[in-house]
Write a protein that binds this ligand. Structure first.
Ligand code: IMP
Length: 428
């Protein structure tokens, strides 16, 4: 039994909360793509943990937390997360890292910064964590994987890579990176990470045969996907459903529920088109009410209304079976809520999304309007929701033909209404 949690828009939809909720009974909690460009925080027993890499399942001793082969790993960041967990009483013996996951080096970070500077108008607004350059190396077949980092060939691989990267960096008047320093640091990281490295695909295949419950945690989101997102304003991996298979080794036949996480409004960080963006005081108000500032970079997020044209696209791309709607309480604090149901493109109404930039730049949102002013804090039962809140939720269901099965009613871990029979039965 494999369930997947994916972001439907531009990331930061609150996947962590949904993952946390459905993972309580998971035997495996798996990250399949991206790196420390992602970030989510979880509060347990009054302690707040900010994770960029480690799957949230790590906090449950009985859950095996896996970093799959599709993930890219900055060992320094990973070791900081491990140390912090150890300081707080979690021994991390339930952490497993794929031998095929690629490793981020300082030259990837330098190249990420340099490439962004050189892009000018086509600046992506990356997190500058080296994500693009490490995936470039992966697909160019010159990357260094975890299994290489812990092998005795590591020195040679690093030397070859730095030889080439320093020539590229020098061409951009960058003095290059220091082989000896990187070698020393990474040999230390290698020693510390070695005990966690293994063939995680084999582990997951055994888990499938043993009927164990696996939850795959998406990072980033559908519209940031390298293929289906708003290219080039995207990340360098597939945070969509295909990334689950290529980033873990789990075939689609084993996948059961696919949760698409959204907010009752929307947000985006970085550059790129955003049809329902609000560049006005309502956008500012949503940012303040929803605390929309980046977990990884602290950047203020761009905010706007919920876009069902884009959501229906995410449903089709990912085969979303269930919607998790966060921040319903936040839009309840507004007088009016708008829901984008169609686009107007070249004078014609359009129901289908396209990630084509020319199309998106021309698209104007067509809205339906709903009254807000509802307070849903503390509610646990869907039937007790005020009419205004229900009307909004049910219109989303009508127009997406998909059940809204989890509803976020506040910032806390337990602030959710669950309407999914499967989740309820898992919790018993
Ligand atoms: P990169 O992944 O650092 O290369 O950044 C590419 C784009 O994806 C930028 O617009 C980032 O802001 C965005 N991005 C990357 N990771 C996340 C995330 O976890 N949440 C939201 N946006 C992200």
């Amino acid at each position: 039994m494999v369930d997947i949690v994916l972001g439907a828009f531009y990331g930061d939809e609150g996947k962590g909360k949904v993952i946390d909720y459905i993972s309580k009974d998971a035997k495996y909690s798996v990250r399949f793509s991206g790196g420390n460009n992602a970030g989510h925080s979880i509060e347990v027993d009054g302690k707040k943990f900010a994770f960029h890499l480690i799957p949230s399942g790590i906090l449950n001793k009985d859950t095996k937390a896996i970093l799959g082969n599709g993930v890219v790993i900055d060992p320094k960041v990973l070791l900081e997360e491990i140390d912090n967990l150890k300081k707080n009483g979690y021994d991390c013996s339930n952490l497993y890292i794929s031998d095929k996951a690629h490793v981020i080096f300082p030259y990837h970070i330098e190249l990420d910064k340099l490439e962004e500077e050189l892009r000018g108008e086509r600046k992506i607004g990356t997190t500058k964590k080296g994500i693009g350059p490490v995936y470039e190396d992966k697909f160019q077949r010159s990357g260094i994987r975890m299994e290489d980092l812990i092998s005795d060939k590591f020195k040679d691989y690093l030397k070859e890579n730095i030889f080439i990267k320093n020539r590229i960096l020098n061409a951009f008047s960058h003095k290059g990176v220091d082989y000896e320093k990187i070698l020393k640091d990474y040999l230390e990281y290698s020693e510390k990470l070695k005990p966690y490295v293994c063939d995680t695909t084999k582990m997951l295949h055994k888990a499938i045969d043993n009927n164990e419950y696996i939850v795959c945690e998406g990072a980033q989101a559908t519209l940031l996907d390298i293929d289906f997102g708003t290219y080039p304003y995207v990340t360098s991996s597939n945070p969509t459903i295909g990334g689950v298979s290529t980033g873990t080794g789990i075939g689609s036949r084993y996948i059961d529920e696919v949760y698409g996480v959204i907010k009752a409004y929307s947000s985006r960080v970085g550059e790129g088109p955003y049809v329902t963006e609000l560049n006005n005081e309502i956008g500012d108000k949503i940012r303040e009410l929803g605390h929309e500032y980046g977990t990884t970079t602290g950047r203020p997020r761009r905010c706007g209304w919920l876009d069902l044209v884009a959501l229906n696209y995410a449903i089709k791309v990912n085969g979303i079976t269930s919607i998790a709607l966060n921040h319903l309480d936040t839009v309840g604090k507004l007088d009016n809520i708008k829901l984008c149901t169609k686009y107007l493109v070249d004078g014609k109404e359009e129901e289908y999304f396209s990630s084509n930039l020319v199309f998106l730049r021309k698209a104007k949102p067509i809205y339906e309007e709903f009254p807000g002013n509802f307070d849903i804090r503390g509610l646990k039962d869907y039937d007790k929701l005020p009419k205004n809140a229900k009307d909004y939720v049910e219109r989303i269901e009508d127009l997406t033909k998909t059940r809204v099965s989890i509803i976020g009613t506040g910032p806390g871990r337990e602030d959710v209404i669950v309407r999914n029979k499967k989740v309820l039965s898992l919790k018993k």
